[in-house]
Design a protein around this ligand. Structure first.
Ligand code: FDA
Length: 540
């Protein structure tokens, strides 16, 4: 206990009095519970925020990365806790259990459906455990490993690695503001996936606090739980407070390229051809295609479809051009389409920053790839090339929405992703996939009517994609959370049979093992949300 501060119980009492809390407030008993576990080495007013606190809105909104859930109608936490220390997290678990508070855990706040800070259930009552202060990174260059805390963003990690070495990296996501607490919990793919697999494939150890408040590492949690937390979804098995990750080698110079083609420039044929090439390229090449509707550059007041081919090659431009000429001549890749840079800089390139942006931009967690837009995403996996006629139908769908408000992102698979067995970690989408698809809609308009318009458009596109994508189950990426494919009952109450449908899409045959692990480590389903794995006891 820090003796420079007045005692914790007195501060709690003062805090409660100052806020004018009445016995009807749902958080009063919770705060009193904290009072009896005075392991806070700071004052309670610095770590707990109720809706009448002046900082409540700014703390809640700081890590909301989808404006769709930042409205007056979005259900809000009855209390926000921003702990400094592990004992404070343990106390929060203990008091939440005692007072039957559901907790939402937030690291980077990028959950597609906002489940780390809100709920689709208007009647839900929950507490937000915001891990924003858990941002330490400790890199061991000799061992080529690092310990990272959950609110570290991918950009912060890449920057700190680059500070120490230009030939090391980590195979996590492209957007630099995403939190590694949530991202590794669901997989985590980026431009290194064909070379090294996912972020979750490169985790060596972890520190987790379980539903009993115990601090576990890989040895003490056992291999089943260690398996489950690497891709089995966040807020399900415990609170990850640190990951130990394996850094991977990259060349000092990599080459990033962009080629854009419209329908008038043969985009349909080139995208079609891309499918036959992309999963067979050397593992040093990553390829992504962004498809959307744009203003027609050669015809006023008209739109066309643009395919933007973005690639990263782990090497210099001299090696890339002859290889692409040989393997994918249809693209017509030229030197002027490409720029050599460090791997860390290539993250800024892929995230859409101007070429002269300083590397420090990776540290700015307030920048959002989606800006202030509202969005919804859905995902698919393609195992057989889509025919030309299939793409022509996609173009019609894209023309239905405004320029740049809806699109598809195709990300190449193959390489290391095909070598890792489906059951290695809970993420099962491995051999046999040519590419992953994300269908997405963005909009800025407020109101339910506008939202419904974009959501219906996206659902129509997803329906259209049905014959061209994986089946039985129709696979989906857990980190592109989509409540349309199914959800637990109100407040996250699990039901095994209901969960099986969306669970199979995310985890395929790994779903049952995830249920067994959940049943063993959290049978009372303390950690839960609308798409957390339910324990077997929920089979009603
Ligand atoms: P957030 O804090 O919202 O957490 C997501 C989920 O994990 C929630 O259920 C939460 O409760 C739980 N959780 C968070 N921290 C936890 C912890 N410490 N312990 C236990 N549970 C925890 N994905 C990808 O693979 N590659 C990419 O390139 C991108 N790019 C991208 C860009 C943008 C703009 C967005 C919005 C999203 C992505 N994603 C992505 C998807 C992203 O990986 C996914 O949304 C992650 O879950 C986000 O992790 P955060 O910690 O930021 O979110």
């Amino acid at each position: 206990m820090d003796t420079a501060h007045p005692s914790f119980p007195i501060l709690v009492a003062l805090f409660v009095l100052l806020l004018g809390v009445t016995s009807s407030q749902p958080y009063e008993e919770f705060l009193q519970c904290l009072e009896f576990h005075d392991n806070y080495n700071t004052t309670i007013s610095q770590v707990t925020f109720t809706p009448i606190n002046s900082s409540y809105d700014s703390i809640l909104q700081f890590s909301i990365k989808n404006s769709r859930f930042n409205t007056s109608a979005s259900p809000k936490p009855v209390l926000i806790v921003t702990p400094y220390s592990i004992p404070q997290i343990q106390t929060t678990i203990l008091c939440s259990k005692k007072h039957k508070f559901q907790i939402r855990i937030r690291s980077g706040g990028h959950d597609y459906e906002g489940l780390s800070y809100t709920s689709p259930d208007q009647n839900s009552s929950f507490l937000l455990l915001d891990l924003i202060r858990f941002r330490n990174i400790s890199i061991d260059l000799a061992q080529q490993t690092a310990w990272i805390q959950p609110a570290v963003t991918t950009g912060e990690l890449y920057y700190r690695i680059a500070e120490k070495s230009s030939i090391l990296a980590f195979p996590s996501g492209i957007c630099p503001t995403v939190g590694l607490g949530g991202q590794i919990s669901g997989g985590g793919w980026g431009t290194l996936l064909r070379k090294y697999g996912l972020a979750a494939d490169n985790v060596l150890d972890a520190t987790v606090i379980d539903a009993k408040g115990r601090i576990l590492n890989r040895a003490s949690m056992g291999e089943d739980l260690f398996w489950a937390i690497r891709g089995g979804g966040g807020n399900t098995f415990g609170i990850v407070i640190a990951w130990k990750i394996k850094l991977v080698p990259v060349p000092a110079t990599v080459t990033a390229c962009t080629v854009t083609r419209t329908l008038e420039q043969n985009a349909t044929e080139i995208v079609h051809r891309w499918q036959y090439v992309v999963d067979k390229l050397p593992n040093d090449v990553f390829f992504m295609v962004v498809l959307n509707s744009v203003a027609n550059p050669v015809q006023a007041n008209a739109t066309t479809i643009q395919a933007s081919f973005n690639s990263l090659y782990l090497g210099g431009i001299e090696g890339l051009i002859p290889m692409m000429d040989a393997k994918f001549p249809d693209l017509g890749l030229r030197r002027e389409n490409c720029v050599e840079m460090s791997w860390a800089k290539s993250i800024l390139y892929f995230a859409g920053f101007p070429l002269n942006s300083p590397l420090e931009s990776l540290l700015d967690r307030t920048i959002s790839a989606t800006g202030s837009a509202k969005f919804k995403g859905k995902s698919d996996y393609v195992k057989e090339p889509i025919p030309i006629s299939g793409f022509e139908g996609i173009w019609e769908k894209l023309k239905e929405v405004g320029v740049q408000t809806g699109g598809l992102i195709l990300a190449s698979y193959g390489g290391k992703m095909s070598e890792i067995p489906e059951s290695s970690i809970p993420f099962p989408h491995r051999a046999g996939n040519i590419y992953q698809v994300e269908e997405v809609a963005f909009w800025v308009e407020d109101g339910v009517e506008a939202a419904d318009g974009y959501l219906n458009w996206l659902r129509g596109l997803y329906e259209y994609m049905t014959p061209y994508v994986s089946k039985n189950p129709r696979e989906a990426y857990a980190n592109y959370r989509d409540l349309d494919i199914g959800r637990n009952g109100g407040g996250g109450e699990g039901d095994y049979r209901r969960a099986r449908s969306w669970g199979s899409s995310y985890y395929k045959n790994n779903f049952d093992r995830l249920v067994r692990v959940k049943t063993a480590v959290d049978p009372a389903n303390f950690f839960r949300n609308e798409q957390s794995i339910p324990p077997l006891s929920s089979w009603r």
